[in-house]
Write a protein of this length. Structure first.
Length: 276
């Protein structure tokens, strides 16, 4: 019997001894998933729990979980995933040097109705063969996800698509809050909001808590769905996200909403505030 796990030279010798044509051997190819995926998924999980971690602390955390990894590799993967420490310090967010930055307008503000404040962010979503970036637009008062888009790259187009859909379907918010990233300071994004009369607000530098509700949604999405359902490809991921977000809006009760769903809270007061 030819041992197929032998080296190529050993296999050739066995074929000669047995009089077997080597080209007649059939070996079923094994799956070749992205070797970075298991580690990136662990990085994503740790980052959700400790967004203040930079590459040094992340490397220590990974080693504590049994990964033999060098900091340079962690730095490369965190850059690929577009995540960085939220702690104050240099290079904590990717701002464009020539784009304007707007003040944060929500500190100590009581949000009392739907469409008063919307917020958005971009996160990293892994699957077996790679990853996508996800943007979601959320109504602060109800926590409802108004629109979302997936993209294999961090371009601006998928962000604009999500914004246009939210404005077309749900009307115009008074304030739109984002971080200071270059996507949300780009002229096309800012012009679209100002054309609809929306006031722009941006998180303070290094303050993830300023956009706390969308950060909580990312945590719920990943722990309740993404990490529990290893997905094979982008089509399966998109279908799965549609199912989860529909459930999140329509059926998932929130303790902060007195156990009501985002759809119930949004629909309860949206009639007099949503633009036609």
């Amino acid at each position: 019997m030819i041992q197929r796990d032998s080296s190529p030279v050993s296999v050739a010798r066995q074929c000669v001894l047995l009089g077997v044509n080597r080209s007649s051997l059939y070996v079923t190819p094994s799956a070749n998933p992205d070797p970075r995926l298991p580690l990136t998924q662990v990085i994503d999980r740790i980052y959700l729990e400790h967004p203040f971690m930079g590459s040094r602390q992340m490397t220590r955390a990974l080693r504590a979980e049994g990964f033999r990894v060098h900091r340079s590799r962690v730095q490369r993967l965190m850059k690929l995933m577009d995540i960085r420490s939220m702690a104050p310090g240099p290079h904590t967010s990717r701002k464009h040097p020539s784009h304007p930055i707007y003040p944060y307008l929500l500190r100590d503000r009581a949000v009392t109705q739907p469409n008063e404040v919307w917020a958005t962010d971009i996160t990293y979503i892994p699957f077996r063969k790679g990853f996508f970036y996800l943007i979601a637009i959320q109504d602060w008062y109800s926590r409802k996800i108004l629109s979302w888009r997936l993209s294999p790259t961090l371009d601006l187009a998928f962000c604009l698509d999500a914004l246009r859909e939210a404005l077309a379907v749900y009307g115009t918010p008074e304030i739109f809050n984002t971080d200071q990233g270059s996507h949300f300071t780009a002229a096309d994004w800012v012009d679209l909001l100002t054309a609809h009369g929306v006031t722009i607000s941006m998180d303070g530098k290094g303050r993830a808590i300023d956009n706390v509700f969308i950060e909580r949604f990312w945590r719920s999405l990943k722990y309740e769905y993404v990490f529990l359902h290893p997905l094979e490809d982008g089509a399966e991921l998109k279908a799965g996200l549609h199912t989860y977000i529909t459930w999140y809006n329509q059926r998932r009760p929130h303790s902060s909403l007195e156990d009501r769903t985002p759809d119930d809270v949004y629909a309860g007061e949206t009639t007099s505030h949503c633009a036609a």
